[in-house]
Design a protein around this ligand. Structure first.
Ligand SMILES: C[S@@+](CC[C@H](N)C(=O)[O-])C[C@H]1O[C@@H](n2cnc3c(N)ncnc32)[C@H](O)[C@@H]1O
Length: 299
């Protein structure tokens, strides 16, 4: 009879591992595990996803470019950019003349993003950093997007709030909400349609629209409340916020961004990725940022 219990134990263990590593993609085990899994899968990611270029244009690139039409050179942040799916869809649009910043915590996904976005290299910046601590001051971007990422972070609500914080009043938020059968296996990470809508309503957002998109994901559009102000692309050095001390505005040196306040340097790797989340003494440096310096310091 013992072998039956061993068998049951193995089945339960396999089911648990499948849930944690395949469905939740390590989300309950922390960002390090999620990142490790994406680092491993990076070279196979595009093959697995098989993005259809026409669908990407129709559902992502075209409507986003259209929504940003009034700004001559929009400044866009894509959080959890992976292999650069959203930057590519947007930069392909002839009517889009802006700049896209793609941020991700998997260095290998970013290496692939750098490769795939090479044709637009002068209009894309890739940053290695945790989405929970966006290294930018408030009200910076004309659009903030995030596709298929929220449910893999330990704190989807906090990440949503961060994304809205760096969005300009009047700016566009485009995020996905995980739906479908597997979403029920992601408590605290994925939300029902009503709950997700309610979460967005708690933030300074208006005109929230849910669009059915894929079997597993809705696309959700919204605008940040407040009078639209400014708008347009800005030099990265002006808007980078030092994760160490919170100073806004770093100095671009030959191969690194340097914080004149605390002396911290963030290398620009040969593939162009700005490396803000580095491992120091075996620990991720990505951590809650000190509060931003007073407004006067911001450029
Ligand atoms: C399913 S992929 C989506 C990538 C891309 N947005 C797309 O639609 O193809 C999820 C991405 O989120 C990134 N990610 C997960 N947790 C993150 C975090 N805390 N900060 C930044 N990126 C994160 C992963 O590294 C991965 O590249």
């Amino acid at each position: 009879m013992t072998w039956i219990w061993v068998l049951i134990g193995l089945i339960v263990l396999a089911a648990l591992l499948y849930w944690q590593l395949v469905i939740a993609e390590g989300s309950y085990l922390g960002p390090r595990v999620v990142t490790l899994l994406y680092d491993w899968a990076a070279s196979a990611y595009e093959r697995i996803k098989q993005f259809n270029p026409e669908d990407e244009q129709w559902y992502l690139g075209l409507p986003l470019a259209h929504a940003l039409d009034r700004i001559p050179a929009p400044f866009v942040l894509d959080v959890g950019t992976g292999t650069g799916r959203l930057p590519r869809a947007l930069l392909f649009q002839p009517r889009f003349h802006g700049h896209v910043v793609g941020l991700d915590l998997s260095r290998r996904m970013l290496a692939h993003a750098a490769h795939y976005t090479r044709p637009y290299a002068d209009r894309v910046t890739l940053i290695w950093q945790d989405a929970r601590f966006l290294p930018f001051p408030d009200n910076t971007f004309d659009a903030v997007t995030s596709l298929e990422m929220l449910e893999f972070t330990p704190d989807p609500r906090g990440v949503l709030a961060e994304m809205v914080r760096v969005l300009r009043p009047g700016g566009i938020l485009l995020v996905t909400n995980r739906v479908g059968r597997e979403a029920t296996l992601l408590p605290g990470r994925a939300f029902s349609r009503d709950r997700f809508y309610a979460l967005l309503e708690e933030l300074p957002l208006e005109n929230i629209q849910v669009q059915l998109w894929q079997v597993d994901y809705d696309l959700v559009w919204a605008r940040k409340t407040g009078r639209p102000m400014g708008g347009g692309t800005r030099p990265l050095a002006e808007v980078l916020r030092c994760p160490e001390c919170g100073r806004v505005g770093l100095t671009l040196q030959e191969r690194a961004y340097r914080c004149e306040e605390c002396g911290q340097e963030y290398p620009v790797a040969p593939d162009g990725v700005v490396e803000m989340a580095r491992k120091r003494a075996g620990r991720w440096s990505a951590r809650p940022q000190k509060p931003a310096r007073p407004e006067a310091k911001e450029v």
